[in-house]
Ligand binder design. Structure first.
Ligand code: AMP
Ligand code: GLY
Length: 422
């Protein structure tokens, strides 16, 4: 089989790494890929949003399955276009990907189908939004409706902060048209977790629950990032809780999408708050999480190609998906200054030594310059290890992390702290 993976981050490196293990796979292409991925696949530099060029590539190279990593190509209708060309592709259609692409759509769907989530209101007018905030008081959460690269959410602890967020998103249009509509919602307290699931539009098979670490600094301090590390399984999601999330959230969401004529196939990601009243949805994503994928896929025992094919053909079943009884930890190594401005092109040392420690080093923002690997993004690497327990996986991962060096490098030293402190 020939497989094409779309994307260039740590998530896509993990996808390629896992797909490559399938005995059915003869060749993997990645567009555009990265230097880590290039050790496993042929990387081709091409615009990820040019559906026609991508489909032509897949036709010409006899690609049997395309796997879409990031949200932008999904929102751009890559899956619809590939279907029209008779190509097999893992991921939701444009209409189904709206579950991530429009927060107001997602909230409306949850309301209509009684899927537990924070109470909310949608606004097109900043004055009305401000009036609502004054009435509700703080803490309160303000979200740009559209895709804003994970930055369109402001958790406001004061009314002033919330009003400022409305100004930034709606009046100053900091996120462009993604902010012409906003969702204002109730602040939820509890512990967060991510539960991703495979689905063929009908059957839902959950993965191992993971926990992301969104803040840049230890102790969950500082600004939000794309994710500074993750671990799985997350003990906050007990077996009973997982069952509850599937029955109250994931299965109803997939059923609702089908009922709405937006058949959802691919990976459905539920970002959750485990509150005193039970699990509630913070957001849905129409794709694998990053860095959650880097800890979930190393625990997957089954063949990912078989599962993905079953998702695309409507033949998924629970017994196709089995998990190792182990734990995985991923520590993200970021460039100095991230999530603000950061330097690029700093040489990275110790990649081989980290591997010798038994870790996987997933590349995210790297570039190859002659024989050297240099930094080329905010999140540079995701160092991942598996072991029998979370504590052992933490130790193993940090041993590998300590081998790696680059100018300005920053990483959190407390990944999995919630599990360790239990
Ligand atoms: P999102 O981009 O929707 O994942 O939101 C980013 C982060 O904001 C989440 O990981 C939560 O930590 C926080 N957040 C979003 N919505 C809420 C909410 N309703 N209550 C509390 N925290 C929230
Ligand atoms: N780790 C959060 C996300 O992928 O959206």
């Amino acid at each position: 089989m020939r497989i094409l993976v779309i994307g260039s981050g740590g998530r896509e490196h993990a996808l390629v790494w896992k797909l490559k293990m399938s005995p059915r796979v003869e060749k993997i292409y990645a567009i555009p890929g990265n230097p880590g991925i290039s050790q496993l696949a042929e990387c081709i530099s091409m615009n990820m949003e040019d559906n026609r060029a991508l489909a032509d590539f897949a036709q010409k190279h006899g690609v049997n399955l395309t796997v879409v990593g990031p949200e932008a190509p999904l929102a751009n209708g890559i899956v619809d276009y590939f279907h029209k060309q008779g190509l097999t592709v893992f991921g939701p259609t444009q209409a189904a990907a709206e579950l991530e692409g429009s927060k107001s759509f997602a909230k409306g769907l949850m309301q209509k189908y009684n899927i537990p989530t924070a109470r909310f209101a949608v606004f097109n007018n900043p004055d009305e939004a401000a009036f609502y905030i004054q009435k509700q008081g703080a803490p309160i959460v303000v979200k740009a409706d559209g895709l804003a690269a994970g930055k369109g959410v402001i958790v406001a602890m004061t009314v002033e902060e919330a009003l400022q967020a409305v100004d930034t998103i709606m009046r100053e249009q900091a996120f462009g048209t993604a902010g012409s509509q906003i969702v204002i919602e109730e602040f939820l307290s509890g512990e967060e977790a991510s539960l991703l699931a495979f689905t063929d539009g009908k059957t839902v098979v959950p993965m191992v629950a993971a926990q992301d670490h969104k803040r840049i600094f230890d102790g969950d301090q500082g600004p939000n990032t794309g994710g500074m590390g993750a671990y799985a399984p997350a003990p906050v999601v007990t077996a009973v809780m997982k069952e509850k999330i599937v029955h109250e959230i994931l299965q109803p969401a997939v059923d609702a999408m089908r009922a709405e004529g937006r058949l959802y196939r691919g990976c459905l990601y539920a970002g959750l708050m485990i509150t005193a009243e039970g699990p509630k949805v913070i957001e849905f994503n129409a794709r694998f999480g990053d860095p959650e994928t880097q800890v979930v896929l190393p625990l997957l025992e089954s063949d990912l190609v078989d599962i993905m094919e079953a998702c695309t053909s409507g033949t998924l079943s629970e017994n196709m998906v089995s998990w190792r009884q182990e734990a995985a930890v991923c520590v993200v190594m970021a460039a100095g200054g991230y999530p603000g401005n950061y330097a690029k092109h700093d040489p990275i040392s110790g990649l081989e030594a980290a591997k010798q420690q038994g870790a996987y080093v997933f590349h995210a923002g790297t570039a190859a310059v002659k024989d050297a690997v240099v930094t080329n993004g905010g999140r540079v690497l995701g160092v991942t290890a598996t072991a029998g327990t979370i504590a052992a996986a933490v130790t193993k991962t940090y041993e590998a992390v300590r081998c790696i060096g680059f100018n300005g490098m920053q990483f959190r030293t407390d990944i999995a702290h919630r599990a360790m402190n239990r």
